[in-house]
Design a binder for this molecule. Structure first.
Ligand code: SF4
Length: 456
């Protein structure tokens, strides 16, 4: 039995999924194509809202830690055919979806959405409004890179109806910024925050990353101090996933500069302590929000959900995602687009779609996805309520998962009772490991297991 938190971290640091989907993306397959996707789009779902996602893959330069599907280019002319492809893909998709369904959430991610100039920001949003009906109170958010951003970019977003922005801050230490090739001064961040507040964005999120090269607990505490003063509404603190076998440019990071497990633990503890002291509530794996935030309320009401965009209050929406590599999701289907920009554009030009792979969930997939999501969102699973919802005898159905949870209970990460399993305060660092106990694919995989980043 491991006793200290560091021993636990070393014991449980194994490759594992982040569960933004279940089954996870490596199990999507090419047998699922455009025919299956158009069939899924036509399934009546009048009671489900829509969540739109547009992927803008362009960036001015490459951050060495980047895990996104992106293209670093200074050639702005590449955006023109891409926007045309997005327009065509949205038109073909919208033609197959019940037109009475309303968009409750809309998000642009990347890459860098604000790589688009202000006119193209307006143009893309006009396109989306032309193809879909947005609810007047829709949550409309955009990921923003503070570097190269002008006031006019933010004004164009606001004018187009965006009410939320999310800035990539990552780490304010100059040595860390140098080591990951992302230099952004304190003045710059302060300025974009001031602009956003002046323009009336109702929610401002900052992203930070722990586990970057050259990070020390002391240096990151200084970043956290500054962030607390800036007082964003939400923070997402991601753990850097070093997967150079999947993301070749991560080889530009000197592995000797990566923090060891004791430092990673210290970083995580500094995050929890300092953001807690600044009044933020930890939501699940990596999100922090103010106590009156709807994410906190959703966690309390057990309506929080997790998808490709992280934690969300929009459980009952189908995600229609547009652009290279984007992933769409209906109640029982995942679909991923072609990742290569060139092939995405060619395929959309030819057929209106660019489906690369996907998956139709079985009933077992849906049950296990719900169990993993409840653990990652509610931090507990009530066997009776869950069994009633899915019409199963929970302890029989999940006998394998409950057996796998036993060593985690012995290590104090979960508490199990006859009718529930709950995540303990020390178990919060190991939510991915707890979710893995419910994952049938990991159990079945044995030797051909996909390679995930480490859980801790
Ligand atoms: S700005 Fe974002 S998407 Fe672009 S390289 Fe940096 S981390 Fe990747």
């Amino acid at each position: 039995m491991a006793s200290t938190t560091l021993e636990l971290l070393q014991k449980y640091s194994v490759p594992g999924p982040r569960y933004t989907s279940y089954p996870t993306a490596p199990y999507f397959h090419t047998g699922f194509g455009a025919a299956e996707w158009t069939e899924a789009l036509a399934v009546p779902a009048a009671d489900r809202g829509l969540s739109l996602y547009a992927h803008i893959p362009f960036c001015d330069s490459l951050c060495y830690y980047c895990g996104c599907n992106m293209v670093a280019t200074r050639d702005y002319s590449k955006t023109e055919p891409y926007l045309a492809a997005l327009d065509q893909e949205m038109a073909r998709t919208a033609a197959r979806v019940d037109p009475t369904r309303v968009v409750r959430q809309l998000h642009w991610g990347g890459g860098t959405p604000t790589y688009l100039n202000p006119d193209d920001i307006r143009r893309l949003m006009d396109m989306m409004r032309r193809h879909f009906t947005l609810a007047p109170d829709a949550e409309i958010s955009c990921e923003v890179d503070p570097r190269e951003l002008t006031y006019e970019h933010l004004a164009a977003l606001r004018e187009s109806g965006f009410n939320r922005v999310s800035f990539g801050v990552q780490d304010m230490d100059p040595d860390v910024q140098q080591a990951v090739n992302r230099i952004q001064s304190e003045f710059l961040i302060r300025q974009v925050l001031d602009w956003s507040r002046e323009l009336g964005f109702s929610s401002i999120n900052l992203d930070l990353i722990v586990g970057l090269p050259k990070q020390t607990v002391d240096s990151f505490r200084r970043t956290l101090e500054r962030v607390s003063v800036w007082a964003p509404d939400r923070l997402a603190v991601f753990a850097y996933a070093h997967v150079p076998w999947m993301k070749k440019h991560q080889k530009l990071i000197n592995e000797a500069d990566l923090p060891d497990s004791a430092t990673r633990l210290g970083l995580q503890q500094a995050v929890n302590e300092m953001l807690g002291a600044a009044g933020y509530v930890n939501i699940g794996l990596d999100h922090f929000a103010r106590p009156d935030d709807e994410l906190v309320r959703a966690q309390q009401n057990k309506t929080l959900w997790r998808n490709f965009q992280g934690y969300t209050t929009h459980k009952d929406c189908d995600i229609l995602a547009f652009g290279a590599s984007s992933i769409s999701q209906t109640a029982d289907v995942y679909m991923q687009n072609e990742k290569s920009l060139k092939r995405y554009q060619e395929r959309v030009a030819a057929t209106g779609f660019a489906v690369e792979r996907g998956l139709k969930l079985t009933r077992d997939d849906q049950i296990r996805r719900d169990a993993i999501t409840r653990v990652m969102c509610d931090l507990e699973l009530d066997f009776t309520a869950f069994g009633a919802e899915w019409d199963i005898a929970f302890t029989d159905y999940f006998a394998d998962a409950l057996a796998d949870l036993r060593p985690l209970a012995e290590d104090g990460l979960v508490e199990t009772a006859a009718d529930r399993v709950s995540v303990t305060p020390s178990g919060r660092l190991f939510l991915r490991n707890i979710g893995m106990c419910f994952d049938r694919y990991l159990r079945d995989a044995a030797s051909d297991q996909p390679r995930y980043s480490r859980t801790a």
